[in-house]
Ligand binder design. Structure first.
Ligand SMILES: C[S@@+](CC[C@H](N)C(=O)[O-])C[C@H]1O[C@@H](n2cnc3c(N)ncnc32)[C@H](O)[C@@H]1O
Length: 240
């Protein structure tokens, strides 16, 4: 009986793929990859391309997940993409679905898994965890995410930012993901909330790729030029 495996591909460096991830990828008949628009290369696929078994010639298919917030569009996308995956598995193919980092953190997989479970419960599903981008980032910059009794918040920076002020009052480490284009607004809010300017500040873009940018300074030293401007950015601010 064919199966579906979701593979977490880690942050970008193929050396950070787990042994289990490589085994699943090399055993796949079909590799299905998320992308944000038609014709755009899948970032997740670019991470694993070098470990694909060329002799096995797996079929590689992109599934488009448009980056929109309209709930109706999102729901019909999840349904259509879950159906496409289910059709391949029902047709006897072992399918691997890829996600960047780990599948359980802000990933397309979360919605697909929900839809597959309710509409195609007979399909056997397994998940291979991946290294999360913020942990790859922490080891690169040489910082701890949390020590002792410190608390941590993970915040997607492209939604309602008014929550940042409240979180900043109650949290030691704040990790901002999803979209560096909003990071200047986040910095203003942290300053308004009185987050100490001696706090550690670290920022990165495209971790684990040839375009990687990594910086570490204090919150007080941050200027507009320090910030990144790409979606694939991470920012950590940690109370001194
Ligand atoms: C849709 S979320 C996926 C998170 C992913 N599942 C994980 O475990 O890291 C995408 C966001 O993760 C962060 N991200 C993932 N990989 C990254 C990388 N290699 N470099 C910088 N940021 C990354 C960025 O904040 C990006 O906007």
């Amino acid at each position: 009986m064919a199966e579906l495996t979701c593979v977490g591909c880690g942050p970008g460096d193929p050396d950070l793929l787990t042994v289990k991830a490589v085994r699943a990828i090399r055993g796949a008949d079909v590799i299905m990859c998320p992308t944000s628009r038609e014709g755009k290369e899948s970032i997740a696929y670019s991470i694993i391309a070098s470990v694909v078994d060329a002799a096995k010639r797996p079929q590689v298919e992109n599934l488009v997940f448009p980056m929109v917030k309209d709930r109706e569009v999102l729901e019909s996308t999840w349904k259509a993409n879950a159906r496409a995956i289910a059709e391949r598995v029902r047709g006897g193919k072992n399918v691997v679905y890829l996600t960047v980092g780990d599948p359980s953190l802000y990933s397309t997989w979360i919605y697909l898994q929900r839809e597959l479970k309710s509409s195609y419960p007979e399909i056997k599903v397994s998940v291979v965890p991946g290294i999360v981008s913020m942990f790859a980032f922490a080891s690169k910059v040489g910082i701890s995410i949390a020590e002792g009794d410190e608390t941590v918040a993970v915040i997607p920076a492209c939604y309602d930012l008014s929550r940042v002020r409240e979180t900043a009052k109650n949290c030691d480490t704040m990790i901002f993901l999803k979209d560096g284009r909003y990071f200047d607004q986040v910095i203003s809010l942290l300053r308004e909330a009185g987050f100490p300017s001696s706090s550690l500040f670290a920022i990165a873009q495209d971790v684990g790729t040839d375009e990687e940018v990594v910086k570490k300074l204090t919150l007080g030293e941050v200027t507009k030029e320090t910030l990144t401007s790409k979606y694939f950015s991470i920012m950590v601010v940690k109370r001194a």
